[in-house]
Design a protein around this ligand. Structure first.
Ligand code: SF4
Ligand code: SF4
Length: 421
């Protein structure tokens, strides 16, 4: 959906609460995620962007700098950079420096593969840069089950390097799963040990996450355990507002408690496509492209999709729920990728309506893209292929679909030391 149209400023209320203002959208996103590449040295089972192979159309260094220039003009004060693994772009550090020099702060997510002692010292010397290391298990067994062998050690080594370099307050980002909900205290202890802050996020059935959601998403009793833990520990833990559906247990969790897709949140993907949310990489939520549609500002402020998302929404089947004001029907992406109506309950509705909806006939939308290294991977048991030697033998015997399928870094011009694929 790339049609541009005039923004209905008249719809935006001149008064009201901050959240009411946010629902009608802002001139610039509060939470802009920019995935710089689909290339990744890992193959996490639940990767929201189905990353693995670089897309040959990814934005060039100069195109990325033009985007940063525009973010500066729009007064976007910081951007979340991710991927894929962004640090394996040869120009990653150059782009990071360029953003900082242009008053665009950066928080980047990494599996830690490139956070060497030298890089950690450089990061510690910069302002406006935050580092978020992904860790999905407080033990190697739990983490490596979804993120792949060795990834736990890589993440902890990166955290140690950051701490040794004097980098203050790195973030440890955890996707909450059925396997790690019982480790919340251990995650907090790891964060404390490295002088870091714990950040918990919700598993969404997006990207490869759709293939493993049934196995990984927390059980109803674990949702309650998570809610109770957040109520007790929430002040020292970040959540990115991702658990507002849990507010239907009672007291609201801190945060906006609102689906910000296209209102305060959006994603720029590696080829410049702009989606309503990082968890909604699908043509249904494609608002435009920074190259084809007049720049990011035009897409953010005038695309038909974002205009529609900012228009008054009905609560649909949820509107009669006593908890609608805090839960708002939950996450749009979670509903879409489980084939549930967008105006109905969240698949993890804590009042139980999601389970009932999931039991009805539904059609799960096909992925509109997949950058996994060995194609196709959707609907395969990705986790089981990560560690089994016999699968590696089968994979080795399967001809690659393309050079990119064989090497996730194909097309990058500079040699990439220290990366195994
Ligand atoms: S779609 Fe879900 S993840 Fe995206 S902004 Fe809305 S609630 Fe958050
Ligand atoms: S019925 Fe809808 S509003 Fe109520 S708790 Fe469930 S998802 Fe939230």
């Amino acid at each position: 959906m790339t049609i541009l149209q005039t923004r209905p400023e008249a719809l935006r209320p001149s008064g009201g609460t901050l959240i009411e203002q946010f629902e009608y959208g802002l001139d610039a996103p509060i939470c802009l995620t920019w995935e710089l590449t689909y290339a990744c040295n890992l193959a996490c089972a639940h990767c929201l962007s189905s990353s693995g192979r670089r897309d040959p159309r990814e934005l060039s260094t100069e195109q990325c700098k033009a985007v940063i220039d525009e973010l500066q003009r729009m007064q976007v004060f910081y951007v979340n950079i991710g991927g894929g693994e962004p640090t394996i772009r040869p120009d990653f550090w150059e782009l990071l420096g360029y953003a900082v020099d242009h008053q665009v702060g950066v928080k980047f997510s990494t599996n830690g593969v490139r956070i060497t002692p030298e890089r950690a010292r450089w990061l510690a010397s910069t302002d406006y840069v935050d580092v978020q290391v992904s860790l999905d298990g407080a033990t190697a067994e739990v983490n490596d089950y979804v993120r792949g062998p060795g990834s736990y050690d890589t993440a902890l080594r990166a955290l140690a390097n950051l701490q040794d370099a004097g980098f203050a307050d790195a973030k440890i980002s955890v996707v909450c799963t059925r396997q790690n909900i019982g480790q919340l205290d251990e995650f907090k202890a790891i964060a404390d040990r490295y002088g870091a802050t714990l950040r918990l996020t919700r598993l969404r059935p997006s990207g490869r996450g759709a293939d493993v959601w049934d196995e990984l998403h927390p059980l109803p009793e674990q949702q309650r355990e998570l809610y109770d833990w957040l109520m007790a520990n929430g002040e020292s833990v970040l959540t990115g507002d991702s658990f507002f559906h849990l507010s239907a247990f009672g007291e609201s969790l801190p945060g906006l408690n609102l689906c910000g897709a296209g209102r305060v949140v959006c994603l720029i993907d590696p080829i410049g496509d702009v989606y309503a949310c990082p968890f909604a990489i699908h043509e249904e939520f494609l608002a435009g492209n920074v190259l084809a549609d007049g720049g990011f500002g035009q897409v953010w402020q005038r695309s038909a999709l974002f205009t529609e998302l900012r228009s008054p929404q009905t609560g649909g089947a949820c509107s009669s729920c006593a908890f609608f004001d805090s839960c708002r029907g939950g996450c749009m992406a979670a509903k879409f990728f489980t084939g549930l109506p967008l105006d109905g309950p969240d698949p993890e509705c804590v009042q139980g309506y999601g389970e009932a909806a999931l039991a009805d006939d539904r059609s799960i939308p096909a992925a509109s893209q997949d950058h996994s290294r060995r194609m196709p991977t959707r609907n395969e048991p990705v986790m089981l292929t990560l560690q089994r030697r016999e699968d590696a033998v089968v994979a080795a015997a399967t001809p690659p679909v393309s050079a990119c399928a064989e090497n996730p870094l194909a097309g990058f011009v500079a040699p990439l030391e220290g990366i195994t694929s």
